[in-house]
Design a protein around this ligand. Structure first.
Ligand code: SF4
Length: 870
């Protein structure tokens, strides 16, 4: 049987033509209309009923003939029960905990990774790829994470078969060998995956199939060629190909608006959705990314405006209630669920929430029983609960306005379409949404067309996003409103989407100004405070001192004074204060710590610790070998051979740091660190050989301000002395002990000149270390300066050094700003002492004010200091 292929641009009437054919087919017998997802299937059903009414045609709709592909497969396989995606994820989560992993760390498997793995297994199965076939495919594409996926896939299939369960992938494969008696209409697909092509090809062999695909103008490259490729793959199966011409279509008026913050954007959209009593709007559809939190925030804001007293509890509040309940360290899901069920108190503000949560616990117990899951840790259980709460939205009833996910697209015209969050990285998304097979720079020997098609690369997804965006614009009949915020929810600057560049400059919408009455309606005192703080910040005023980090409470000030008189200050602590007093307050007074990012690689700070330890070990224990190599180059071989032994020792000592990283990456890390250390040592030798009076490493990791060496003390007028402590990476001393130089290793990618920073009081470490060594360790030697050594780049270019010793005891370019005269030397030291005194005085007096109207970039405390939102 043939396929009738209908192609044409968006708005060319493909669906109307298909509706004509459908009504004819229904008059003759059975038919089914397949759409990519439930949303479009429902939309098409409504549109077909309107079509019948408007065209005067009649058709008997027996049963639901508008189905998503998933529902169609389910019906074709006679409604065989399958595992849900949550069950698949639970199973993968459990299996990953007990698996030999090459990329992931078994101690840091998140539920999100399990979800991505389950979704990738589903995609592979749907496209007819078994674990055995994947093993063969991975010979040409894939890196370590895909090998972990392969092992999981094999174990998942074994366990699933042992449990006699089927998943949707199995059903899809089964459907490929079944037949359907009736005409089939396939609409609104933009791209057919290999598995879908196999299914349709099989069905078309037995019945008449009508299939539409869109075409795009060349101006929508590269999506146009992407679509052409899809169409050409269907040509061999096509009996008739109807190409519809482009219709002249007047695009709706499009407005581009910028708002200051994401909260402003939400409120603005809410206002647009609800309208006011004086305005009459056509109902709007709001379009967001599937994973966006925007609809939830919108709902919360709407509830606040409607009735703040009865606003539903956000997930975070429900979750914090759960955290109060004592649970065992490790247990089965059944035990955890049972204990929570017994301990949870009904919530009076939202009684239905309690019932729904009990239902969730029951579901979890049933899943655990069905999948014969073993034990989970308490943290993993929390993760499962939180994930489920967020996924199921159990607390959130229907929104009072229409929302649509950007990925689900639109098939029918709509009067008003609002697309918020038009920011780069969101629309377009820019990165593949799938975690596995997303690394285009993997260890592949060559591309693999099958995997490349199933897991599209970022440029293909960008093209798909561009087409979806164009479709939404085309389907709007009255108005399109595009909005973006200038700052994201963390207070960081954002970039507007590249898709909006043709709409001219955006119209800025000022922050929503709330009247006192409106604020009362919103019912939140905290909001009033936030607005006051914001207004004072913008005007650079400090009317309410404590809002701006100036501690007023006498008791608190007394405590601060006591604490910071007794405690020693390190230069890096004072530098934190110099950069932002508020951050000093969060980090050093309150002791808040930003959450550490967990990655399979060794953390940069841990890599730095290992490099420091290796250099310390070498210069402390093999200083003589280094000295001998200065005059005898053949010793370099001995140094090189020694490095492997040192690496073994230091890696063993720092095993606890490496445990956080993926085992498969550790050999690469070791190789890279070895290279850096070897390069560093040989560079130091080469530089020292060219000097007339080279200095040699004499002290490594010298610590002052402890019980063994007293702190550096700095006097303060009318107050107690300031005590300074620190750890100097290395002190190089001349042969006769008459001069010294301090060296500070930096293991970051680059270092900038510090001369200006010293002048501005932002860098104190080198001057204070010089003063400490001079006073506490080498009082009779002359200080030549301090040097920052960028170990990763092998560069020594920054610091403060007396210029008359250049090319004698150290070597810097003669134009370097690090070289200074005796007079400048004294000035820089004095400047540093002055700043140190100012900072400590301010800290002891409770002054943590950082008054700036500028948004703060890349600060982990932006939310805590309320600079993350407006
Ligand atoms: S957000 Fe800004 S003001 Fe607040 S702690 Fe961070 S850098 Fe300082």
């Amino acid at each position: 049987m043939p396929i009738t292929l209908i192609t044409g641009p968006v708005g060319s009437g493909r669906t109307t033509l298909l509706f004509e054919k459908l009504s004819d087919a229904l008059a003759k017998g059975k038919a089914v209309y397949i759409a990519p997802n439930e949303t479009l299937a429902t939309e098409l059903r409504t549109a077909f009923l309107s079509f019948l009414e408007e065209s005067g045609k009649r058709a008997a709709l027996v049963g639901d003939i508008f189905l998503s592909l998933r529902s169609f497969v389910y019906r074709l396989t006679q409604k065989t029960p399958t595992m849900t995606s949550f069950q698949q994820t639970l199973l993968c989560f459990e299996l990953l905990q007990s698996q030999q992993l090459r990329y992931f760390d078994p101690h840091h498997i998140s539920f999100q990774i399990a979800r991505d793995a389950a979704s990738s297994i589903h995609t592979l199965k749907k496209n007819g790829i078994s674990p055995e076939q994947l093993e063969v495919l991975l010979e040409t594409r894939g890196s370590l994470q895909e090998y972990d996926l392969l092992t999981l896939f094999k174990r998942y299939e074994t366990k699933r078969e042992d449990l006699h369960l089927l998943d949707e992938g199995d059903l899809f494969q089964r459907a490929c060998s079944l037949s359907y008696t009736g005409e089939i209409f396939v609409d609104e697909f933009t791209h057919l995956q290999p598995g879908e092509r196999t299914l349709f090809q099989n069905l078309a062999a037995q019945t008449h199939m009508h299939l539409t695909l869109p075409e795009a103008d060349d101006e929508h490259q590269p999506f146009a060629s992407f679509l052409k490729k899809s169409i050409s793959t269907l040509q061999p199966l096509t009996h008739t190909h109807q190409q519809l011409p482009k219709k002249n279509h007047e695009m709706a008026q499009t407005t581009l608006l910028s708002l200051r913050s994401s909260l402003d954007e939400t409120r603005f959209c809410l206002q647009q959705l609800l309208g006011t009593e004086d305005e009459s709007f056509s109902p709007a559809m709001i379009v967001t990314r599937q994973r966006s939190a925007f609809p939830k925030i919108l709902f919360q804001e709407w509830k606040n405006v409607q009735n703040p007293e009865r606003a539903p509890a956000p997930v975070s509040r429900i979750f914090s209630e759960i955290l109060q309940i004592s649970l065992p360290e490790e247990a089965s899901l059944l035990t955890f669920a049972e204990q929570l069920r017994k301990s949870l108190q009904p919530t009076h503000s939202d009684p239905s929430l309690h019932l729904r949560f009990l239902h969730l616990l029951q579901t979890l117990s049933a899943q655990a029983h069905l999948l014969q899951l073993k034990t989970f840790s308490r943290t993993e259980f929390y993760e499962i609960i939180q994930f489920h709460l967020e996924q199921e939205n159990i607390h959130q009833p229907q929104l009072p306005f229409e929302t649509r996910s950007f990925e689900r697209s639109i098939s029918q015209p709509h009067p008003r379409i609002i697309i918020p969050e038009m920011n780069e990285g969101n629309i377009p998304f820019l990165a593949p949404e799938h975690f596995f097979f997303s690394d285009q720079l993997d260890f592949s020997a060559s591309p693999n067309p099958l995997l490349d098609e199933i897991f599209p690369a970022a440029d293909q997804l960008l093209a798909l996003d561009a087409f979806r965006f164009y479709t939404f614009l085309t389907k709007a009949t009255e108005e399109v409103v595009l909005t973006f915020s200038l700052l994201d929810h963390k207070g960081q600057e954002t970039i507007p989407s590249s898709f909006v560049k043709n709409f001219g400059p955006p119209l800025p919408i000022e922050s929503q100004v709330f009247s006192p009455e409106a604020l009362q309606t919103l019912g939140t005192e905290a909001l009033l405070q936030r607005i006051t703080i914001e207004q004072e910040r913008r005007a650079m005023r400090k009317d309410h001192l404590s809002y701006h980090g100036l501690i007023q409470d006498p008791e608190a000030r007394k405590l601060l004074k006591e604490r910071f008189t007794q405690e020693c200050f390190s230069p890096s602590r004072l530098e934190t204060y110099a950069e932002c007093p508020m951050r000093f307050f969060f980090e050093k007074v309150l002791g808040l710590k930003p959450e550490e990012e967990i990655t399979p690689e060794v953390q940069p700070k841990d890599r730095g610790t290992i490099i420091h330890a290796l250099l310390e070990c070498f210069y402390r224990d093999y200083r003589n070998l280094f000295s001998a190599a200065l005059t005898d180059a053949s010793k370099e071989k001995e140094i090189s051979a020694l490095l492997d032994q040192l690496l073994d020792e230091v890696f063993l000592q720092h095993d606890h740091l490496l445990q956080q990283s993926a085992p498969a990456l550790r050999p690469f890390e070791r190789k890279a660190i070895r290279k850096v250390i070897e390069k560093t040592l040989f560079l130091e030798l080469e530089t020292a050989r060219a000097l007339s009076t080279p200095l040699l490493p004499s002290h490594c990791e010298w610590i002052f301000g402890t019980e063994h060496v007293k702190p550096l003390s700095l006097s303060l007028e009318n107050d107690d002395d300031i005590l300074i402590q620190g750890r100097v990476d290395r002190i190089d001393v001349s042969h006769d002990g008459s001069s010294f130089l301090i060296v500070d290793y930096k293991t970051g990618k680059s270092i900038e000149s510090i001369r200006k920073k010293i002048e501005d009081g932002l860098h104190l470490q080198i001057p204070l270390y010089i003063a400490a060594v001079q006073k506490l360790l080498l009082p009779h030697a002359s200080a030549l300066g301090g040097l920052l050594f960028a170990v990763m780049k092998g560069e020594k270019t920054s610091g403060m050094l007396k210029k008359e010793h250049n090319e004698k005891s150290f070597s810097l370019s003669s134009r370097s700003r690090a070289l200074i005269s005796e007079e400048e030397w004294e000035d820089l030291l004095e400047t540093s002492f002055k700043y140190t005194r100012d900072y400590v005085t301010a800290i002891r007096n409770g002054n943590f004010s950082h008054l700036t109207s500028e948004p703060c970039k890349y600060c982990t405390f932006a939310q805590a200091c309320r600079r993350g939102t407006s």
